[in-house]
Structures are given as structure tokens and as C-alpha cells.
Design a binder for this molecule. Structure first.
Ligand SMILES: Nc1ncnc2c1ncn2[C@@H]1O[C@H](COP(=O)(O)OP(=O)(O)O)[C@@H](O)[C@H]1O
Ligand SMILES: Cc1ncsc1CCOP(=O)(O)O
Length: 203
């Protein structure tokens, strides 16, 4: 793991640390602390894992599952983000992500997920996929229009997940259908022009 992290660093590639059950033994804790020295781009753990890493101490354990609510680990996550320089994500009933200055929470999990082994690992793999495409993504606001709208629709308008998905898909239609307008407006001029209507309709 250390060799892989070292090569990733040499090549300037982002990598993600998943400290599975780090609170369960001093062997695991030592290994994870040594990996943190190698500057992971993101650390993703459940509440108990983030608290143990932040305090650099082992504690009571439920194996790979958490004994803590993710909200109990927010301060620990901020302090870990500060000491490590990594973005820290805590999974749980609310998924939190912090870079010290900001804390963002997502309320889109379902309780059944905590009973499925490796749903946390799957979250880590997805994070790795995103940072591999754009290492700045954890810090950037590139996806923020839909992200913010999704939180608004879920938390303030109380829309359920499938309705949010429908709104998002319909909202994307003008953009997705742009090539169609392009072909149509190349063939049919509106008001004597073809690019202008295409840009106005396709946005
Ligand atoms: N109590 C919960 N309520 C709703 N969603 C949850 C809950 N616990 C976990 N989840 C979901 O499951 C995902 C995996 O988190 P978690 O179970 O904390 O990981 P781990 O397997 O590392 O303990 C979270 O990102 C979240 O979406
Ligand atoms: C790697 C691995 N192998 C068996 S359980 C486990 C960890 C499960 O982790 P999580 O439930 O945190 O995703």
C-alpha cells in the first residue's frame, strides 16, 4: 500500500484512504497513520474510524461498522483534515465532507445501506473515481448547481429521490438535446438565422 501511494504521489495521481476498522487494533491504526503521512487526497471513513484517526487512538469497536453517528465525528474530521491536508469524508446517516473551512452534508442515504458490508467501500471507490477524473473536484464547485438544487429539493421541498431524479432529467433535456437542435437549425432557418435559435433554445 505504501509503495502504491508513493508511486501515485510521484506521478501526481490522487489516491483515497479507506481506514477500515482502524479503531479495532493498534496494528491497523499504525498502518493507517503511516499511510496518512503519504498524503492521501481524500480519507473516507465511518464515524468511529474518523474519530480514531483524529485522536490517533484505538477504541471500542463494532468491526467494520460504526459505533458513532457521523455527526459526532465532524469536529474530528475537521481536525484530521487540518493535520493531514486531506479532504475528509465521514459516511453515515448524513454523509459529511470537509476541507476544514467548509463542511458539506448529504442526506441521501437509506438506513438499509449500513447493514450491507462494503457499502462504505463502494462510497470510497466512487470518490476515487471522481477524484481520478478531476483531482480538484473535492474542492471545486463545478457540480454545485445540481448539488445545491438537489439538497434544496430534498431538504426544503421534501421531494423524494425518484422525483428529484425526474426533475433533474427533465431539466437536462434542453442541454442533452442540443445536437438535435443543431441539426434542425442547420436545415431550417428561423427568422433568417440558424445559429442564434440553436443557441437560444439549446442554451
Ligand atoms: N443510518 C443511515 N441512514 C441512511 N443512510 C446510511 C446510514 N448509515 C449509512 N448510510 C449510507 O451508507 C453509506 C455507507 O456508509 P457506512 O455504513 O457508514 O459505511 P461503512 O460501511 O464504512 O461503515 C453512506 O454513505 C450512507 O449513504
Ligand atoms: C474489506 C472488507 N472485507 C470484508 S469486510 C470489509 C470491509 C467492509 O467495509 P465497509 O463495510 O466499511 O465498506
Amino acid at each position: 500500500m505504501k509503495a502504491a501511494a508513493g508511486v501515485a504521489n510521484q506521478l501526481g495521481k490522487p489516491w483515497v484512504l479507506d481506514p477500515t476498522a482502524v479503531e479495532a487494533s493498534s496494528f491497523r491504526l499504525k498502518a493507517c497513520l503511516e499511510l496518512i503521512e503519504l498524503k492521501p487526497t481524500v480519507i473516507r471513513g465511518n464515524g468511529s474510524e474518523i474519530i480514531a484517526l483524529s485522536m490517533a487512538s484505538i477504541g471500542s469497536t463494532k468491526g467494520a461498522d460504526s459505533l458513532h453517528e457521523s455527526s459526532d465525528a465532524v469536529e474530528s474530521a475537521k481536525s484530521l483534515a487540518k493535520s493531514s491536508g486531506s479532504i475528509v469524508a465521514i459516511s453515515g446517516s448524513v454523509d459529511f465532507v470537509t476541507d476544514v473551512q467548509r463542511v458539506v452534508g448529504a442526506h441521501n442515504g437509506v438506513p438499509l445501506m449500513q447493514k450491507i458490508t462494503v457499502s462504505g467501500c463502494a462510497a470510497t471507490a466512487l470518490i476515487a473515481t471522481f477524484v481520478a477524473i478531476d483531482p480538484e473536484i473535492a474542492k471545486s464547485t463545478r457540480f454545485s448547481p445540481w448539488l445545491a438544487l438537489n439538497f434544496y429539493m430534498g431538504n426544503s421541498l421534501n421531494l423524494n429521490h425518484s422525483t428529484i431524479q425526474l426533475v433533474q432529467n427533465f431539466g437536462n433535456i434542453p442541454m442533452v438535446a442540443k445536437p438535435l437542435y443543431g441539426i434542425l437549425s442547420d436545415a431550417i432557418f428561423i427568422g433568417g438565422s440558424h445559429r442564434l435559435p440553436c443557441i437560444s433554445i439549446g442554451g
